[in-house]
Ligand binder design. Structure first.
Ligand code: TXA
Ligand code: MG
Length: 316
């Protein structure tokens, strides 16, 4: 299959309307989209990514009116979250509409919905004329793509179209909040922080790592966000790193010359923006060990710490 790269949201949307795949930019990471109401189209996502069939997809919309075709029922607290954070890097898990094929939700009776805060994504989603199911546009298990070149690196020849936009502004995936129960539960940390969410829903809590998060958000069980290199979390940059190693963090290493690559970030936001791209750079350079400074877990630091932990667990 030949992969075309286009800057035209209309051309990319034409693929979606005809039941084929198109990758597209968002403010978090690039997504791999399919028409959410066509089961066969959605199946292509799982094939192209090598994604386990038990991992549900997020359905993307560009306006609130589309919700009527996607979800069956929206609790009041979820309405409030939408009013405050849509469009934005927040995914709400709600009871699914019967029209959404079960392949989208991996057989669950709930569906994740998100409205990206991204002009090109909105134009594209509007032109698709239907809600668009999309996971991150990486091969399963690899770091999420933050540029169209990352998408091409993973999926060239496996998907027909990439809508080319800028590098993703946030660099980490959306916050996922389960809104099916009486009170909201955070299933995945993301750019919308717990503090932000609390300002609207003070009863919100974080899913316990081992039990309900595993059960409610099947995706969190799978290997994720991992470079090929071994990821070692550190409180401070090491003075005597192993051979062929790299470092990313906010603190500057005392001996940067001892690393093949190092990236010192201004703050936690820039660290989040850079992380997945840095993982890919290290893989291309055959780095063996990536030392990553563990950030303090407030604001987007919680999401960053979560991704770093997953990457390091996947390497051990
Ligand atoms: O920022 C993002 O969320 C990006 C962009 C493209 O929107 N998408 C993304 O999708 O990261 P993905 O498939 O890589 O991650 C979706 C996460 C998974 O952990 C999945 O298990 C969870 O959301 N999820 C989706 N639907 C769910 C549902 N019905 N119940 C529980 N968890 C769900
Ligand atoms: Mg993903």
């Amino acid at each position: 299959m030949k992969t075309i790269v286009t800057t035209s949201p209309e051309i990319a949307a034409e693929f979606i309307r005809s039941g084929e795949l198109a990758a597209f930019p968002t403010e978090t990471v690039y997504g791999l989209g399919a028409h959410a109401l066509i089961g066969n189209a959605v199946q292509n996502i799982f094939d192209a990514k090598g994604r386990p069939a038990d991992n549900p997809l997020i359905v993307h919309i560009f306006e609130i009116d589309q919700l009527d075709d996607v979800v069956a029922d929206v609790p009041t607290y979820a309405r409030l979250l939408m009013e405050r954070f849509f469009p934005g890097p927040l995914t709400l898990v709600l009871r699914k509409h019967p029209l959404i094929p079960s392949i989208v939700t991996a057989g669950l009776d709930s569906v994740g919905v998100r409205m990206p805060d991204h002009a090109l994504a909105s134009t594209f989603l509007k032109a698709c004329g239907a809600p668009v199911a999309a996971p991150s546009a990486n091969r399963s298990g690899r770091p999420s793509p933050t540029t169209w070149q990352d998408v091409l690196e993973d999926l060239d020849g496996r998907i027909p179209c990439i809508l080319k936009g800028e590098r993703a502004l946030l660099g980490l995936e959306s916050t996922v909040v389960d809104c099916v129960g009486a009170e909201p539960v955070v299933l995945r940390a993301g750019a919308v922080s717990l503090q932000d969410l609390r300002s609207v829903a003070d009863s919100i809590r974080i899913a316990a790592a081992s039990n309900d998060s595993g059960a409610r958000s099947p995706g969190l069980r799978h290997r994720h966000y991992a470079p090929r290199a071994y990821v070692q979390l550190v409180d401070a940059p090491p003075a005597n790193p192993k051979n062929f190693s790299a470092y990313i963090g906010i603190a500057a290493p005392p001996r940067p010359d001892r690393f093949e690559r190092s990236l010192v970030c201004r703050d936690v936001r820039e660290y989040a923006f850079e992380l997945f791209g840095f993982f890919r750079i290290c893989d291309r350079a055959n780095i063996k060990t990536i030392y990553c400074e563990l950030p303090t877990p407030d604001g987007i630091g919680a999401a960053l710490a979560d991704r770093l932990r997953r990457a390091s667990e996947a390497s051990s």
